[in-house]
Design a protein around this ligand. Structure first.
Ligand code: CO
Length: 459
C-alpha cells in the first residue's frame, strides 16, 4: 500500500491563515497528547508568524511554547517553517544569527525544518540548510510555486535538482496562494518524480477551492506528503481538511496512518475554540469561503484584496482595471518574482503608483530600490535593464549573496541586552523582533519580580 504522510497545520498555518496566529498555548495544551496519538507524520507548530505573534500579542515566549509542545508530543515529529536567510521576517540576517537560530530551533524540539526563499534564490537558504543538516534535523527544501512565462516544468525540475544537490531530505512545493490546479499538480509532480529521488511534499491552501483536487492529483503523480488542517480550522485561506483528505485517500488504497476516532476527538476539542474566535470577531467568516478571483487575475487572493484596499484608501477604486493591467507589466519588468510576501506587496504598490501618478516608476519604494540593487537575491528572470538604470543610475547592483556583506550580530546583541537576556534564545528573539522582544523581556522581568515579592510577603 502506498503511504501518504499527513502534516497537521492547525497550530501554525491554519492558525495563521484564519485567526492571525492568535491561538494561545493555553487553548491547545490539553489536546496535544491527543494530537500525538492521531498518527500524523508531523505537526507544523512553529515558525512563520507564530514567533512574532507569541511575543507581540500573546505575551508568550515562543521558545518556551516550543519546549512545552515538545514535552507533550513524544511520538510525532514537530515541524517549522523558516524563510531562509530572513528567518521569520523579511530582512536578511547575518550568517552567525541564522546558524544560531537554526541550532536552537533544533535543540528546543524541532524535528523538521521547511526552508524557503521568496525568490527561490537558493543561495539564501544554503546557510540554514547546512546548519540544520549539521544538527541532525530533517531538512525540507521548499520551492515557492508561482505562475509566469518563465516558471515552467523545466525550471521547477531544475530547482528540484538544485535542492537535491544541496543535500536536503525532501522537497516541498509551496503554493501559498492556493492557485495550483489539479492538472498543474499532476504534471509538476510527475516531472519532479522522474527527475529527483527525494520524497515530494505539496503545501497548498483552500483559498480558490482547488486544494483537495490538487492534492489528489499530486498524490497520483507521486507526491507522498500533504499539509492539511483539522476540519473546524480548515478550508478558505487555510488548508483542506485532514479528515476529508484521509477519507478520500484511503478509499483509493493509500495509507495515511491516521486514526479517525482520534481525529474526531481533536476536531471536537477545537470546535468551541473556533466559535469563541468567531464571536470575538477575530475569525472573519469571509476568509472561510472560496475566492476564485485569484484564478481570473492569476494573482494571489491576498494581493488582490490589498490592491482593492489601497485604491479605496486613495478614493480610486474606479482605476482597479488599469492597476490589474499594470500589475503583470511591473512583475515582468522586475524579472517575474513569485507573488509571495513581500514581493506581492512590492509589485502591487508599484503598479498602483504607476497608474495613479500618471507616470510609470515616478515613485519607487525603498523596498523596490533594494530589490533592484540585488539585496533580496537574484530575480528568477531578467530585470528590465532600463528600469535598473532609471532607478539606480550608475550604481551597480550586487551579484553575490547579500548576507556576505553583513557583520556578525549575535554577540553584539547579547552584550546590548545584558541581564535582560536569560538565555541565548532570548537574544535570538531580540535580534528577530528588537522592540517587541525587549518589551516582552522587560515585562517578564517585572512579572518575575512581583511574584518574588509576593512570595516573600507570604513567607
Ligand atoms: Co501556507
Amino acid at each position: 500500500m502506498k503511504r501518504v504522510n499527513i502534516t497537521e497545520t492547525v497550530l501554525r498555518d491554519a492558525n495563521q491563515s484564519l485567526i492571525a496566529t492568535r491561538l494561545p498555548f493555553s487553548d491547545f495544551e490539553e489536546v496535544l497528547e491527543k494530537i500525538d496519538q492521531a498518527g500524523y507524520y508531523s505537526i507544523e507548530c512553529w515558525g512563520g508568524a507564530t514567533f512574532d505573534s507569541c511575543l507581540r500579542y500573546l505575551s508568550e515566549d515562543p521558545w518556551e511554547r516550543l519546549r512545552r509542545i515538545k514535552a507533550k508530543v513524544k511520538n510525532t515529529k514537530l515541524q517549522m517553517l523558516l524563510r531562509g536567510q530572513n528567518l521569520l521576517g523579511y530582512k536578511h540576517y547575518p550568517d552567525d544569527v541564522v546558524r544560531k537560530f537554526v541550532e536552537y530551533a533544533v535543540k528546543n524540539g524541532i524535528d523538521i525544518i521547511r526552508i524557503f526563499d521568496a525568490l527561490n534564490d537558493f543561495r539564501n537558504i544554503e546557510i540554514a540548510v547546512d546548519e540544520a543538516l549539521k544538527h541532525g534535523a530533517h531538512v525540507q527544501g521548499a520551492i515557492c510555486y508561482t505562475l509566469s512565462p518563465i516558471h515552467n516544468l523545466e525550471s521547477y525540475v531544475k530547482m528540484g535538482k538544485e535542492l537535491e544537490a544541496m543535500g536536503v531530505h525532501s522537497i516541498c512545493i509551496k503554493d501559498m496562494a492556493g492557485i495550483m490546479s489539479p492538472k498543474e499538480a499532476y504534471d509538476l509532480f510527475k516531472a519532479l518524480n522522474e527527475a529527483v529521488k527525494l520524497p515530494l511534499v505539496l503545501h497548498t491552501h483552500s483559498t480558490t477551492g482547488l486544494g483537495p483536487m490538487t492534492y489528489l492529483k499530486a498524490v497520483e503523480a507521486g507526491c507522498s506528503g500533504i499539509d492539511t488542517a483539522i476540519s473546524v480550522f480548515s478550508g478558505g485561506t487555510a488548508q483542506p481538511a485532514t479528515e476529508t483528505l484521509s477519507y478520500a485517500l484511503k478509499q483509493f488504497g493509500y495509507e495515511t496512518g491516521l486514526n479517525e476516532k482520534v481525529l474526531k476527538e481533536i476536531n471536537d476539542f477545537f470546535r468551541p475554540i473556533k466559535e469563541r474566535f468567531l464571536e470575538a470577531g477575530v475569525l472573519n467568516p469571509f476568509v472561510m469561503g472560496t475566492e476564485t478571483d485569484a484564478l481570473t487575475y492569476q494573482i494571489p487572493g491576498g494581493m488582490l484584496s490589498n490592491l482593492i484596499a489601497q485604491l479605496k484608501q486613495q478614493n480610486s477604486l474606479d482605476r482597479l482595471d488599469e492597476v490589474l493591467e499594470e500589475t503583470p507589466k511591473v512583475r515582468k519588468e522586475l524579472g517575474y518574482p513569485p507573488l509571495v510576501t513581500p514581493m506581492s506587496q512590492m509589485v502591487g504598490v508599484q503598479a498602483t503608483s504607476n497608474v495613479l501618478q500618471g507616470e510609470r516608476y515616478r515613485n519607487v519604494s525603498k523596498e523596490v530600490r533594494a530589490y533592484l540593487r540585488g539585496e533580496y537575491g537574484k530575480a528568477p528572470g531578467e530585470i528590465e535593464p532600463e528600469l535598473i538604470k532609471k532607478v539606480l543610475g550608475d550604481e551597480k547592483p550586487i551579484t553575490g549573496r547579500y548576507a556576505e556583506n553583513l557583520e556578525p550580530e549575535f554577540e553584539k546583541a547579547k552584550k546590548k541586552l545584558g541581564s535582560l537576556a536569560k538565555s541565548d534564545e532570548d537574544v535570538l528573539s531580540y535580534i528577530a523582533f528588537p522592540q517587541i522582544a525587549e518589551k516582552f523581556l522587560k515585562e517578564r522581568e517585572e512579572r518575575r519580580a512581583s511574584t518574588v515579592s509576593y512570595t516573600i510577603k507570604k513567607l
